[in-house]
Design a binder for this molecule. Structure first.
Ligand SMILES: *Cc1c(COP(=O)(O)O)cnc(C)c1O
Length: 385
């Protein structure tokens, strides 16, 4: 997972399946990112933004009471404590800074629940860029608070009326819009998906989670490296960033998907949004709609690197139901005083289940990325409790 890919591929996955004008735009992003990533000036500017604006480094919290009940030693990497409340800000600050370096004046983004849209609007405001966020009409109705936050931050929110009027359609629309705006706009993708270089670039912007956690585990755990490294997987960016910090260790990597959005566990080979990867499909090869109580896991595919890690056997992918995730969220709230995002609660639900059925041997050390905070999910949880 250093230079992860050969010519834009992770094994048989990845690539750049896009119209010619976007292939050229992706090539420019690739070149600009390689140049920036090798430039200590860019790295330093990003590190400063992450520290003074986003609140990094985030702490590693030993979950003592829950650990004792489960018979394992669980540590939480606290991405919920970043500004805007999830790991998404790490990627967005990186891409916004890159856009500035490329002379772009506007960010284009897609969003489902609005988390990535809010992060993009935040970074745009901070760096004096414009932001145009595509969002399905159904999601606009369901996520009024985040729509308001984006508009308050000065972003334009464009309703998408095509198809199921959710994230998949918003992404297609954002890509179509970028075709006519590549000269002055950067497309800021929100996860490790889309055409090359996005899966790789977003992973690099998120590897700060894994790198920090690696150093923090070395100080916190007697064993130095945890036995298990666990994260939830929607498109897969918080997991990819976490895994990257432990790629060269013997830690067992576990990605936890929603039962209704299990691209890595149950997807089949396909192409969508410019990328060859695993997608949920019907018998005719049509990509199907995902369903999860966690909006961030409500995506029918998974990033190409995860598909490759699965094939290699380097990481394994498991699924958790809506009910298990909701129960895990309540349990964390009541044992540790932390209300997690429902996405993150999926990762925790697997830890609880695996500790219970002996899959996690007693005394195991577990690092789990807590990708976000649960404030956005209170109305969903209210209906379930
Ligand atoms: C968006 C989101 C996710 C899922 O995205 P990944 O790219 O898979 O990390 C997970 N947790 C939270 C809190 C999110 O907002």
């Amino acid at each position: 997972m250093g230079e992860p890919r050969t010519r834009g591929r992770f094994g048989e996955y990845g690539g750049r399946y896009a119209p010619e004008s976007l292939v050229e735009a992706c090539r420019e992003v690739d070149e600009a990112f390689r140049d920036a990533w090798a430039d200590p000036g860019f790295r330093g500017a990003l590190a400063r933004l992450l520290a003074v604006h986003a609140g990094r480094p985030t702490p590693l919290t030993p979950a003592d009471r829950l650990s004792e009940a489960l018979g394992v030693r669980l540590c939480l990497k606290r991405e919920d404590l970043t500004h805007t409340g999830s790991h998404k800000i790490n990627n967005v600050l990186g891409q916004a800074l890159l856009a500035t370096r490329m002379g772009r004046r506007r960010l284009i983004a897609e969003t489902g629940a609005g988390q990535h849209g809010v992060a993009t609007a935040t970074a745009a405001a901070l760096l004096g860029l414009e932001a145009t966020v595509f969002m399905g009409e159904r999601d606009i109705e369901r996520q009024a608070l985040n729509v308001f936050r984006m508009r308050m931050l000065g972003a334009e929110v464009v309703p998408v009326t095509a198809g199921s009027r959710t994230l998949k359609d918003a992404t297609s629309e954002a890509m179509r819009h970028w075709v006519g705006a590549t000269g002055d706009s950067h497309y800021c993708i929100g996860s490790v998906v889309g055409p090359d270089p996005y899966p790789w670039m977003v992973r690099e912007f998120q590897r700060i989670i894994g790198d920090e956690a690696r150093a923090q585990c070395a100080a916190e755990l007697r064993t130095g490296v945890p036995d298990y490294v666990v994260a939830c997987v929607g498109g897969g960016s918080n997991a990819a960033g976490t895994f990257a910090g432990f790629a060269d260790t013997r830690a067992l990597l576990v990605g936890v998907e929603a039962e209704g959005g299990a691209g890595a566990s149950r997807g089949r080979l396909g192409v969508m949004h410019g990328c060859r990867s695993l997608f949920l499909q019907d018998d005719d090869g049509q990509i199907t709609q995902a369903h999860s109580i966690a909006a961030g896991l409500d995506y029918p595919g998974v990033g190409p690197e995860h598909a490759h890690l699965r094939d290699l056997g380097r990481a394994r992918y498991v699924t958790v139901s809506d009910e298990e995730a909701a129960a895990a969220a309540v349990r964390l709230a009541r044992t540790e005083g932390i209300v997690p995002a429902l996405e993150s609660a999926h990762a925790l639900a697997w830890v609880i289940r695996a500790a219970g059925d002996g899959e996690l041997p007693a005394g195991s050390t577990v690092l789990m990325t807590l990708s976000g905070r649960g404030d956005k999910d209170v109305s969903t949880l209210k209906e379930l409790l």
